[in-house]
Design a protein around this ligand. Structure first.
Ligand SMILES: Cc1ncc(COP(=O)(O)O)c(C=O)c1O
Length: 422
């Protein structure tokens, strides 16, 4: 679904949040003797029992190395590992499962493209465009490859009014030398959702490629790479109910075919002699060494769980919480929220500042009340500079969060305000 279309009027099954919450062991626990209110999902989501059990079962009864053995366990592990790849490919609408490369996460996926594609395709005079609101992992790899190749890194400024992407400005910046536009699909600070179809339309006129950082979008909104027409998509398992240390790069087949390996070692070769080596087929060319087998299988289970809920329902739940959070937080005079007010163009990531309390102090007071939020620069220092702040507090929601938890958040902020004004 195009995330920019209004979803208010569509008939989408509502999430049974009470039932969802029962699936998460950690939500049955307390922090400082208070029920846990976990609002740090943009950093990492919690895990349902289904995912935990799948990983436990794999290590307890099914573990072996993949792709190497002729014995039963190795074949079974390989089958599960490759099935997980197929699940991920279907989940994001890829044409082929070999367009899914396992990585450690979004960061490694973007580094893979920057080095492997960049090394082969960039030269002096070429331009990469990113934006001011990128996570450091979609800034630094491009800085490094530009330094190596002599290409230039330019950034798309944000709209001064609501800090959204100014696509007219992007159109003005594009030249035939623009080789790659690498943008976040959903900001991890502002929650803003990028209209990627429009970005792709602009890029196609200039022959540029488009990479989307899907770390925040893939867990929360339906994402279909074929419909969007993007060339690369990077995302992390741990933000979408899966384990840490596993993530994906989606790349269009013909682009991946043309790219050289990113790392050398076992599994990524076809033949090795003492003088030279040839490369394995996709996706293995990019997967040197023993992979994170349990991680991939765990991520496959997370995809099963999300598909069982339905991504349209996941998005609808987020929309509902976002509308509620915008009005609830806006009622607190001392709070300024960053990012768009319209819940249809944003995800459930709310960065805000309190007029009288430093974000770290606010985070600490909230923690003492069992409310887990994040405070800091959120790996987005250029955006903090643009917002004119050193850090923000950030509350981010997921499938198990409720309106009453947002009420608790607001009550805790108000009580912190009263405490600090004494
Ligand atoms: C938008 C965005 N991009 C990239 C990343 C990096 O993800 P990871 O640390 O899982 O590689 C994050 C993590 O917070 C993110 O929010």
């Amino acid at each position: 679904m195009d995330s920019h279309k209004s979803i208010q009027n569509l008939s989408i099954p509502e999430l049974d949040v009470d039932a969802v919450r029962k699936d998460f062991p950690i939500l049955q626990t307390t922090i400082h003797d208070k029920p846990l209110i976990y609002l740090d999902n943009a950093a990492s989501s919690q895990k349902p029992e289904f995912v935990i059990k799948t990983i436990n079962n794999y290590y307890s009864y099914e573990h072996s190395n993949v792709h190497r053995g002729i014995h039963h366990l190795s074949q079974q592990a390989t089958q599960q590992y490759e099935q997980a790849r197929e699940k991920v490919a279907n989940f994001i609408g890829a044409n082929h499962s070999h367009e899914i490369i396992w990585t450690r996460g979004t960061t490694e996926a973007i580094n893979l493209v920057a080095y492997s594609w960049g090394q082969n395709n960039l030269k002096q005079g070429d331009v990469i465009i990113i934006s001011t609101c990128e996570h450091h992992s979609n800034i630094v790899p491009w800085q490094l490859i530009c330094e190596l190749t002599g290409a230039t890194l330019r950034h798309l400024p944000l709209d001064s009014h609501d800090k959204s992407f100014n696509l007219n400005k992007l159109a003005e910046m594009l030249t035939p030398n623009t080789r790659m536009i690498a943008l976040t699909h959903m900001s991890n600070v502002l929650g803003t959702i990028t209209d990627l179809s429009k970005v792709v339309e602009l890029a196609r006129h200039n022959g540029s490629l488009v990479l989307a950082d899907g770390a925040q979008s893939v867990p929360h909104i339906p994402v279909n790479v074929a419909e969007l027409g993007i060339d690369f998509l990077a995302f992390s398992g741990h933000k979408m109910l899966g384990p840490t240390g596993i993530g994906c790069l989606y790349g269009r087949e013909e682009l991946l075919e043309d790219m050289p390996p990113y790392q050398g070692g076992g599994d990524m070769i076809e033949t090795v002699t003492m003088s030279q080596s040839t490369w394995n087929q996709l996706p293995y060319k990019f997967e040197a060494g023993t992979p994170n087998i349990a991680g991939a299988i765990g991520l496959g289970a997370a995809v099963d769980y999300l598909e069982h809920l339905g991504m349209e329902s996941v998005r609808a739940h987020s929309h509902k919480l976002n509308s509620y959070a915008i009005s609830a937080l806006s009622e607190i005079d001392q709070i300024s929220i960053y990012g768009p007010r319209n819940p249809s163009v944003r995800g459930g990531v709310f960065s805000f500042n309190h007029a009288d309390i430093h974000p770290h102090d606010l985070g600490q007071v909230l923690d003492s009340k069992g409310v887990a939020i994040r405070a800091g620069h959120h790996c987005a220092q250029p955006l903090m500079a643009e917002l004119g702040v050193g850090s923000t507090a950030r509350a981010s929601f997921y499938i198990y969060n409720t309106q009453s938890e947002i009420d608790e958040l607001c009550a805790a902020i108000k009580s912190a305000g009263e405490f600090f004004s004494k």
